[in-house]
Design a protein around this ligand. Sequence first.
Ligand code: 13P
Length: 342
Amino acid sequence: MNTAELTKTARMLMAPGKGLLAMDESNPTCNRRFAALNIPQTPEMRRIYRELIVTTPGLGDSISGAILFDETIRQKISNGAPFADALHQAGIIPGIKVDLGTGELAGFPGEKITQGLDGLTERVREYSRMGARFAKWRAVLAIADGIPTPGGMDANAHALARYAAVCQDAGLVPIVEPEVLMDGNHSLEHCREVTEQVLRTVFHQLHAQRVRLEGLILKPNMVLAGANCSEQPDVDQVADATVTCLLRAVPAAVPGVAFLSGGQPAEPASARLNAMNVRWAPRMPWALTFSFSRAIQQPALEIWSGRAAKGNAARQALLHRARCNSAARQGRYSLDMERSVC
Ligand code: 13P
């Protein structure tokens, strides 16, 4: 393992003013989002949409790395360049989702386990040959009565740690993503407690599996009240609960934290990230940025809706969200930015 190389890549992913773009929706997830907009759910339409994203001029000014799905890393853009090469040319580091989705966790009703450890070494080596420099694995933890259990958290954290060790061995920086879902009516405080426990469990397993903290990125959820909770916190309350939780559970050796958006609308996601950086920057030992999928892509996807004539307008919307989140990563976002939309 080349720790210096891993550390360098992780730092480049956390470059000042930049964050990650998750464009690694699995085919079923991508198809679900296409179906909602009456976009044909074919490999070619998925390719065209992802080409629109990676060929957006100026995207590399706000985006340090983009996470691809297996189908996409094997596809090419119209000029014949593989997607990973097109990203490199745009100044964006290519990454790859390597988990194979979730299944039921046997013995733990209502809990899930992420699959994909079998054959992971070979898959990761192949992705590395294709140009990927980092990887992503998502564990999913729901909040419900008695859930998540210690057994469910242990199993998911162990899988995340084994994945991270395999990636580092192959020279890829692992993005470690334990997502506590926002579905439910739980309070902000309950989400903070669960997220803190999950993160403690993950870092315990990362240590046990000899993962180098300097060569990974953490991709957590923001601490939010459940989507159906009657008492919704304001932006500053979310910022304070989230950073307090991270400070208690994430070692300072980790170079960066890059949030998933988890179904938050685009503007609150930017505002919350901004508030964290405004209120806490001097006290945080890690870079704090974004690794959004929906909160960057959704407005552009809706504008495009499969229509070639809307390509440029969709690119403008994508760039706008990338710039808003770049500003939020620096504590410089404001609602005025939303009014000055192209
Ligand atoms: P969202 O930002 O849409 O939650 O997606 C991020 C991601 O990578 C989920 O695995």
